[in-house]
Ligand binder design. Structure first.
Ligand SMILES: [Zn+2]
Length: 129
């Protein structure tokens, strides 16, 4: 019979008891499960942050070389650059018709099915104080 030393997944202490036991006790089980949830949550936050930062960078690289703070661009070009339209940091609606979607200080508004207006936010900074 093969003997495998079992250790607790949480604290790595040897486990005594049933063959299918994975933890010393409930406390170790809870600790381990919380840890896993934390890892999952922070991975999710990291992924979303990366998408937002990429969106911002794509708009920045588009606008930074230009003199003006806005430019018309094909949606498809943004998609090809890796832009995710669903991820924004802010929605701004100055009037009934216009919806501005920001990724930090860069953003866009829809022009039609194919085109958007990429913009740099020129509104007064509201975070400073
Ligand atoms: Zn343990």
């Amino acid at each position: 019979m093969k003997i495998t030393a079992r250790i607790c997944l949480a604290c790595e202490s040897p486990i005594v008891g049933r063959i299918d036991k994975k933890f010393c006790d409930d406390s170790c089980r809870n600790h381990y499960n919380n840890q896993m949830n934390d890892n999952y949550a922070s991975a999710h936050v990291r992924n979303v942050n990366n998408i937002l930062r990429r969106n911002r960078r794509i708009l920045e690289e588009l606008l930074a070389p230009l003199k003006q703070k806005k430019v018309v661009i094909a949606r498809q070009r943004l998609v090809e650059a890796g832009f995710h339209f669903g991820y924004i940091t802010e929605h701004h609606q100055p009037n009934k018709k216009s919806h501005y979607y920001y990724c930090y200080e860069y953003g866009y508004r829809s022009i039609d099915q194919e085109k958007v207006l990429a913009i740099k936010d020129t509104r007064k900074k509201r975070f400073a104080r």
